[in-house]
Design a protein. Structure first.
Length: 252
């Protein structure tokens, strides 16, 4: 069975897709699925479900939600064994790692594998495309606002950003700069203070013979960094600027 967290929560078993009703039930599934096979304590699950305002009988309420979730999995799938993917551990509950595959875990593994493919841009690009294709929307978008899911969301989104950057690096290494300019312009517009996308856009424009446009991109982010953050561009951007300026200096 697959548990998908990179977008709205869904469970897939063969051709059947199960939506989990209720934020608290989705939170339980998502929290346990982030670390399949590893127990999450009752106290941590209570904090995730209710934060600083747990009910007086929080432990019983948690147990009731787990019972309901197990029954729902069996009834909606028509497969009684599915209730057993949610197991009781020594201090709380876990999802059986042997019974499920989690897209968020698979995504991180693919990005790690891509990072090890140094000097192989085609294979790196293929691996990263496979990883990014797993996303259907914001991670854990309907799994509540508990600390475990919020931290996981931030980590997954940061890894997604890294994967995008590394995919573009691989594509640039493959000489795909002309194809990349529209995408990089969109990413630079979406993340205007993300220096790496700006640096990659400058690289692509420069390789397309658009030196003036590349320099204009640099000046725009320099002004924005100074205005909004009081910072100068980082070493990567400054190095890219110097690379663009060198032919101009030589010609002068």
């Amino acid at each position: 069975m697959r548990i998908n967290l990179l977008g709205p929560l869904e469970l897939q078993e063969e051709d059947l897709t199960l939506d989990i009703p209720g934020e608290k039930l989705r939170t339980i599934v998502a929290t346990l699925a982030l670390t399949p096979g590893q127990g999450v304590s009752r106290d941590d699950l209570i904090d995730e479900l209710w934060g600083e305002l747990p009910p007086h009988n929080a432990a019983n309420s948690l147990q009731g939600h787990v019972v309901r979730l197990r029954r729902l999995l069996a009834e909606r799938s028509g497969k009684p064994w599915m209730r057993d993917i949610l197991r009781t551990s020594r201090s709380g509950y876990l999802i059986d790692a042997q019974a499920v595959a989690v897209d968020a875990v698979h995504f991180c593994a693919l990005v790690d594998e891509a990072a090890g493919l140094t000097g192989a841009p085609e294979r790196t690009a293929a691996k990263l495309r496979q990883a990014l294709a797993l996303w259907r929307g914001p991670a854990l978008v309907d799994a509540g606002q508990g600390m475990i899911c919020r931290i996981a969301y931030a980590g997954l989104e940061a890894t997604r950003m890294i994967a995008r950057e590394q995919l573009i690096d691989a594509q640039l290494a493959l000489g795909q700069h002309r194809l990349l300019v529209p995408e990089l312009e969109r990413l630079h517009s979406q993340f205007p203070l993300q220096e790496r996308f700006c640096e990659q856009l400058m690289t692509a424009l420069y390789r397309c013979g658009q030196q003036a446009d590349a320099l204009n991109v640099y000046q725009q982010i320099r002004q924005r960094l100074g205005r909004e953050l009081g910072l100068e561009p980082g070493p990567g951007l400054q190095a890219q600027l110097q690379q663009i300026l060198q032919p101009i200096h030589r010609a002068a």
